[in-house]
Structure formats: C-alpha cells, structure tokens
Design a protein around this ligand. Structure first.
Ligand SMILES: *Cc1c(COP(=O)(O)O)cnc(C)c1O
Ligand code: SF4
Length: 425
C-alpha cells in the first residue's frame, strides 16, 4: 500500500473544492459564510476516496464535510455573506461569528457543569462522570479530528473559545480520581478524536489505566477508521498503536474502538478494510455508532446497509443517535417520529447478529433515552421510551410514555402521556 501523509484541507482550500463540486460564485460565498461560523476541515482521503464528486453538492459524504447554506438562519447567513462581500476586517468577522455561535447552545444537556467531577474539592478539567460505571476523558491533545462533520456538536472544542472547551492534560489527576472511585469500571477516551493523538501521547493516558484493577474496559472514541484509515496502517506510529492495543488486551481488559460511522460508503475503500483487519487482529472489538442526519443518512436502506456491512466486517452495531439540540440542528435534525420509522424499517431487515444496535437514542440531560416505538393505548397515541443510561440508576430499563408529537425532535420537546409526570428530568 502506498504511504500517505496526513494533510488537512481547511478554509484556504474550500473555494477550489467548491469549484470542483460545480458550485457557482454566489453559492461559494454562502458556503464561505457558513465556514466562518462553523469549523471546516477535510483531507485528501475523504476527498479522493469517499466523496462522489459527480453527485456533489448533494452527495451525502460531501454534505458530511462541506458547509451548506441551510446551516445558518437566513438573517445570520445574509449578515456573514455581507461581511465577506464587503471584505470586512477579520476582527469584525470574528465578532459576528462568535455572536452567532453563542446562540447555538454550544454545551447542551448540562455538559460543562453537571458532569464535571471533583477531587478533594477541586474540579477536574477534561473529565466527565455522568453514569456511575463510566468516566469520559477528553485529552487536551485529542480535541480535533482528521476531518470535521458539519453536524458536529463538539464544534466549540475546535474553534478558539477557551471557555467553551473541556480538555485535560493531567494524567496524574485522572488516575487519582479513578483510584478513588472503585465503582468506575469503564473509561472512554474521546475528543474530538482519541486517535488524532500520536501513539506516544495516547499511551500516557492508557498505560496508567492498566495499573488500576477495577478498570475492566477501555474505549477509544474515534472516526479515524472512516476519515483516516492510514492511522492504523501506514502512518509512522501505526504499528506502535497496534502494539498499544495488544498491551491493553494482554492486561486482561476489554478494548473497544468506538467507531463513528455516518454512512456505509465509509466502509468500502480498501484502506478502510485493511484498517479494520489490523485492529481486529489485536483482539480489540470495534463497535459502530453514529447520528441520524437529514440529507446524509435519513433513509432506512442506508442504515440497513451500514449494519449489514459492519457485521460482515466484524464491526458490532452499537448506537444510532438522534442529532442533539446544538449547533445547526434545525438543518440536520430528523423528527423523533421519522427517526423511529427509519430505525425500525432498517432493524427489521437485518439479521439478529446486527440487532445489537440500539436506537434512536437521545443522549440528554437525565441520561440516554431510546425511543422504542409508538403505540396507541386507551385511545392515546404515544411514544414508548426507555432509559438505557441514567444519572439516577433506578430509572435504567424502565419504560415511560410521552404524547405522540410528529414535530418533536428531542426529549425536552416531549410531554408526558396519560396525565402522569413520568418523564425523567
Ligand atoms: C454514552 C455515554 C456513556 C457510555 O454509556 P454506555 O451505555 O456504557 O454506552 C458514558 N458517559 C456518557 C456521558 C455517555 O454519553
Ligand atoms: S468525528 Fe466526531 S468529534 Fe470529530 S467532527 Fe465528527 S462528530 Fe465531531
């Protein structure tokens, strides 16, 4: 396989790429206006191996990476477009972009305050401890990705607003916290992308975990298998990465690569398959998760192909997420009623081996809620929901009901059914 060196394509390359997609000047300015607010980044592998340029700008993989006018409200779009056309000073552009960003709910679901743990009364930056058994670690070196998804809810971590970031560089504090919390059995290292880090940096977060007996599983949140499979094959420290995986497995722990897949096309290129083979050869389990996104994957056939191909390749389907209430959700969101239909139609068409997947799942303030379906009981049409995870463990697994609402897109839009107040808060 040819050796491929990673190089990010950023806003400097945007206009040329939009020309390649066949966009006229007016559309290119609109895209640039969006890219001034939400971060843009892609790379040569995505551009050459995933996007179908003959189908751009409507190609789902193009939409996955490239800014679209609908991501901004018309007034905000017109404002940014005006600033670009009048060649406004960078300072003015930044101020306008920041003002728009702040209106986009950058940290939904109480992420910054409600989930931050403390050690001896001192808040720990870059750790989240929401569910008793699992701690999330956000290494400061992992807060970027090989390409950016347009729908990403972690965008505040990629733009230069320090107060909107969560990240850690302090492995000693991480270890001390985990040692003090024997209820924690699973650590999820994420970002951004845990595998954007060089192997020697990742090792500094992983090795201390191998010294803590009660940590039974380590998960790495990543989209590198889709966006940069060379991370596992020909990158200079790819072999070192696989050796680190071997080391985790040899310690007697479960290593899970939580692979973000948005579309089955991401599984097709040979480098992607080679990466899967190499990771699986270590004994790590690859699990697939991704959000349901309008215009990218909002068809049952896309999900059934994703789950079938995943299963064929030894990747375990895990979650289908509902796009959260942040960023350009108005543009990418799919109503819960439609999400349930898409999930169920896809689920019905795959073998039991692929029915490990749960969805559609909302990772909301009280916990992870799955919409199991709709039902009509005693003359009232309802959504049937269940908590897969909850801050309050007594809620896990318990069904609850909400009034059917064809327009609801999030847990907070739902109203209790049957005059009860059964919705978790
Ligand atoms: C999803 C999630 C986890 C892991 O939950 P599992 O049910 O083990 O997949 C942990 N912490 C947070 C904040 C999460 O959103
Ligand atoms: S890979 Fe994940 S964190 Fe990175 S841009 Fe996409 S959604 Fe965001």
């Amino acid at each position: 396989m040819t050796h491929t060196v990673f190089r990010a394509l950023t806003t400097r390359h945007l206009d040329d790429l939009l020309v390649r997609a066949g966009l006229d000047e007016a559309d290119r300015v609109r895209a640039a206006a969006v890219a001034a607010v939400f971060p843009f980044r892609t790379n040569a592998y995505v551009v050459d191996s995933l996007i179908d340029w003959a189908a751009a700008p409507d190609d789902p993989l193009f939409r996955l990476n490239f800014p679209q006018p609908g991501m901004l409200a018309p007034a905000d779009l017109a404002r940014m477009e005006g600033l670009i056309r009048s060649e406004a000073p960078a300072r003015e552009m930044r101020a306008a972009a920041n003002e728009i960003r702040r209106r986009h709910n950058p940290h939904p679901s109480g992420q910054l305050d409600r989930n931050q743990p403390t050690l001896d009364g001192v808040p720990l930056e870059g750790l989240q401890h929401k569910y008793a058994e699992t701690v999330l670690v956000f290494p400061s070196q992992g807060q970027t990705c090989h390409a950016y998804c347009t729908y990403c809810f972690r965008w505040p971590q990629f733009v230069g607003e320090p107060e909107l970031k969560i990240a850690t560089g302090d492995q000693a504090a991480m270890s001390a916290y985990l040692r003090a919390h024997p209820e924690v059995t699973s650590v999820l290292i994420t970002g951004g992308d845990a595998l954007i880090m060089r192997t020697d940096v990742l090792r500094r977060y992983v090795e201390p975990l191998l010294e803590i007996d009660h940590i039974e599983s380590i998960r790495l949140g990543t989209k590198a298998l889709a966006y940069w499979p060379f991370r596992f094959t020909t990158d200079p420290d790819a072999d070192a990465l696989l050796a680190l995986f071997d080391q985790v497995i040899a310690s007697g722990r479960h290593l899970a690569v939580m692979a973000h897949y948005s579309h089955p096309v991401e599984l097709d290129p040979e480098p992607a398959r080679e990466a899967l083979r190499r990771v699986r050869s270590t004994g790590a389990v690859i699990r697939a998760q991704g959000p349901l996104i309008r215009g990218v994957n909002d068809e049952p056939a896309v999900w059934s192909r994703l789950w079938r191909e995943s299963t064929r390749l030894g990747v375990v389907p895990y979650y289908m997420f509902v796009e959260r209430d942040t960023g350009p959700q108005d543009h990418f969101g799919v109503p819960l009623a439609r999400a349930v239909d898409i999930f169920q139609e896809a689920f019905a068409s795959v073998s039991g081996l692929a029915r490990t997947v749960r969805g559609p799942v909302m990772s909301a303030d009280p916990g992870k809620a799955v919409v199991d379906g709709t039902a009509e009981i005693a003359g009232e049409k309802v959504f049937v929901l269940r908590m897969l995870q909850a801050r309050d463990p007594s809620l896990v697994g318990r069904p609850f009901f909400a009034r059917y609402d064809p327009d609801a897109t999030w847990l907070s839009d739902l109203r209790p059914a049957y005059g009860t107040d059964l919705l978790p808060t």
